[in-house]
Ligand binder design. Sequence first.
Ligand code: NAP
Ligand code: MG
Length: 499
Amino acid sequence: MTSEIDFANATHPFLDGAPKRMLIGGQWVAAASGKTFETRNPATGELLAVVPEGDREDIDRAVAAARAAFEGPWRRMKPDERAALMHALADVLDAHYDELAWLDTLDMGSPIRHTRGSRRHLVGLMRYFAGQATAIHGLTAETSLNGDMFAATLKEPVGVVGAIIPWNASPGMMGLKLAPSLAAGCAVILKPAELAPLCASYYAELWQEAGGPPGSLNVLHGYGADVGAAMAAHDGIDKITFTGSTAVGKSIVQAAAGNLKKVTLELGGKSPFIVFPDADQDLVARTAAAWCFVASGQACVAASRVFVRADIYDSFIEKVRDAALQMRLGDPMDPHTDLGPLVSAQQKARVSDHIRSGMEEGARMLCGDEPVPDIGHYVRPTVFADVDPDMRIAREEIFGPVLSLFKFDDEEGLLRVVNDTPFGLSGSVWTHNLERALRVARAIDAGQIGVNVHAPMSPQTPFGGNKQSGWGREFARNGLEEFLKIKAITIKIGDKPSM
Ligand code: NAP
Ligand code: MG
């Protein structure tokens, strides 16, 4: 669908000046305490909306509403009825996708070209899981028990799900949390990041418009340390699905210990991008820059570590620098913009600190020190060459537009450095030598590896992290299973004793 919207000059229909609400049990409500916070456009500083600041009382209400849905009409819906609702949501999402992308760009600053580009992917994700809703099944088994037995396994929804998401890609995160939960028949309480709360409320309106029943999706706003932490600890929540930083992921695991709720975690990354000489160097250099600087580097799969074989290193790093210099930084509403601002002043300060550390520790800055606009939290695409594996920029997730270039001589030395990280989310290998591609792809400890493609995400292939990049998987059948629990039922046939 092409849009007639003049994004740079129009006013978003959702931003009507009225305070935003939280969705609890099908009702749009203020926080019980009456408290609110503001969300602002990171490109201009302009106030976008006032949002309720939820606390423990709101969580209790949301848990009660989700539980009532889970034990009531939502749970009694047949798989094909859930699937039909999800397809209806996919239709509504498709029809309103530009508004969703527009809101995301306003709230967190990612360029409109980027946010609008995910329509097919996100609509398709909802349809994929709508199909999965009608294909939930266990198995029958022949047992070793004495006597005549019939044994079967049932797959049941895990219950009330708490979903906690970051600010960097709200529409995608909404889909990734909701689609498999709804397909499984769970009821969801979702908390977006306070830096980008608006898409979650808008998305919930779309679910209502599609006919989503009360309590099946509830949206709470508020601060992570309050609402997020209280959700992780709440005894009425059966599972937390979390996307965010590794540090917060660890605190969620601890908080979840109270009722041993199930936990899925999608955490940080430091993904390698490995270039061999037989790759198309011009194309691959541009691709490396595009994948490191996507959303100004605020992407968990960002190609933040680029490894180049020594014999092409000098020419390749020039190409990466040229690609970075060609990227357009500016108004995220301009359809030609490649890099918008970072999400907040705090995020800019964190990223600037990493850049300073790179210079102080002796990495060679190829570009990044050109001036930035006075207003908005902008950081130029920054490329460092000759990065040493011990430097902070090599080890820590920066979550900003900083690309580190490493030189390698042989595969053994390469893999030692590639795998010497607490992260294991994603990565890519660029070569047309099939054996080498497979050898390297197999040797990298990460949840997904692309060969001649970086971070391919499709509903059909599982996505998630090894090591401290996460627990569990999203997308694909694996993503659905995270929201199902398994029960074995064994029936003895006849009166003959089994013992
Ligand atoms: P974050 O600080 O970990 O926050 C993520 C979410 O958790 C937010 O909603 C946050 O709320 C909430 N939160 C904060 N403290 C909490 C606590 N103690 N208990 C429960 N919830 C809490 O991460 P972020 O800065 O928003 O996002 C960037 C991080 O997300 C990066 O590390 C990135 O790699 C990761 N990420 C991973 C993936 C993936 O798929 N693996 C995808 C995207 C992003 P508030 O914002 O309101 O504080
Ligand atoms: Mg904002």
